[in-house]
Design a protein around this ligand. Structure first.
Ligand code: ADP
Ligand code: MG
Length: 362
């Protein structure tokens, strides 16, 4: 049975002004302030090289911060070796011991915690059940599929009931279907155990699916820390706007009274609250742009020229010129597409609801 454990607001982990340099010159983690709440699924999401693994390794104890502090349960951990931190870790490459059976692999961390014999066997069996590998205890890792090996790695991280589990791109080596199944399974296990997970991925859809909150990393800094909906609807800056899902960035100008946004091409959007006048960038998602004849009376209409058309079955993608953008991306539902039949080179009136426009902070 799936029991949803409420996420608290209490901090289990706190990074305080943490920096990291490997070479003494460049900072790969820059003044990181980040709190992980007890019971939450927090994802570090960002492109390759943005400092995600380094951040995770400092928390696990395999790397030392160059400056700053990391608190676990309110106490600094800098001086604690990894095995004393009571943290479960799952790496991308599984790191199972090839010469040990599945059971021995899973029981390995228990030895350190002084659990052996029947007590250990009981814990191993329980966690084998949790990952649906009952009866596989005697096998060697090489006798398992990639997905099964990844489950064993997960079991080994969970067996000593750590309050915190760190996972670094654990599903990266699996094919799409298996990866999506494991995402759901990990989420179920996390909720039913109430364990806190810090998860690393560069895959934004994986992060959106699994996380309570997401810290978007770029260049050693957290660009935004928020829940999936907030990140998608109200990205803090251009990087987040374009890294999470697809987005159009539009040039615009805010009127002197701060209430109206004039987009290139003349479309005017009334803003819900006044902001500073002057040049801004605003965003609109491809799925929020639609054909004008389907839009409501409140919708704002603008002329566009179709440049390219891609039909994808359940929807179509159009690249249009409009709103001052040469390649405005439009996602059109299949029903609408089959009525309109927009062709490359044709003109089209498109529309969006005023709420679809998000002004980026300057
Ligand atoms: P991510 O996990 O987001 O891909 P990493 O934390 O692995 O990023 O890397 C951040 C930066 O630190 C990169 O520029 C990488 O080359 C560098 N780096 C990572 N590990 C080491 C290391 N052990 N020694 C030197 N540089 C490293
Ligand atoms: Mg990494």
């Amino acid at each position: 049975m799936l029991v949803k454990t409420p996420v608290g607001t209490e901090a289990l982990v706190a990074f305080e002004r943490v920096t990291k340099s490997y070479d003494g010159a460049t900072l790969v983690v820059k003044a990181l302030d980040l709190t992980v709440r007890r019971g939450e699924f927090l994802t570090l999401l960002g492109p390759s090289g943005s400092g995600k693994t380094t951040t995770l390794m400092m928390l696990a104890g395999f790397e030392r911060p160059t400056s700053g502090h990391i608190l676990l349960d309110g106490a600094p951990v800098e001086k604690l070796p990894p095995e004393k931190r009571n943290i479960g870790v799952v790496f991308q490459n599984y790191a199972l011991f090839p010469h040990m059976s599945v059971e021995e692999n899973i029981a390995f961390p228990l030895r350190y915690h002084g659990v052996t014999g029947p007590a250990a066997k009981e814990k191993v069996d329980k966690v084998l059940g949790m990952i649906h590998l009952e009866g596989f205890g005697g096998r060697r890792p090489t006798q398992l599929s990639g997905g099964q090996q990844q489950r064993v790695a997960l079991a080994r991280a969970l067996v000593f009931q750590p309050k915190l589990v760190l996972m670094d791109e654990p599903l990266g080596a699996l094919d799409k279907q298996l990866r999506e199944r494991m995402q759901v399974e990990i989420k179920h296990i996390q909720r039913s155990l109430g364990v806190t997970i810090v998860f690393v991925t560069h895959d934004q859809s994986e992060a959106l699916t699994m996380s309570d909150r997401i810290a978007v990393f770029s260049d050693g800094m957290v660009q935004q820390l928020a829940g999936p909906t907030e990140l998608y609807e109200r990205p803090a800056n251009r990087f987040v706007a374009q890294f999470i899902g697809e987005n159009n960035v539009l040039p615009g100008d805010v009127s002197t009274d701060g209430r109206a946004l004039r987009l290139a091409g003349g479309a005017v959007v009334l803003l819900p609250a006044a902001i500073a006048p002057g040049a801004v960038e605003a965003t609109v998602r491809p799925e929020r742009l639609q054909a004008a004849d389907r839009a409501s009376d409140r919708a704002i209409r603008f002329p566009a020229t179709v440049r390219e058309v891609f039909f994808l079955g359940d929807h179509a993608r159009l690249t249009c010129e409009g709103l001052g953008v040469a390649e405005l991306s439009v996602k059109m539902a299949a029903a609408e597409f089959s009525v309109l039949q927009p062709a490359a080179g044709s003109s089209l009136t498109l529309a969006f609801e005023p709420e679809a426009i998000h002004v980026l902070a300057r």
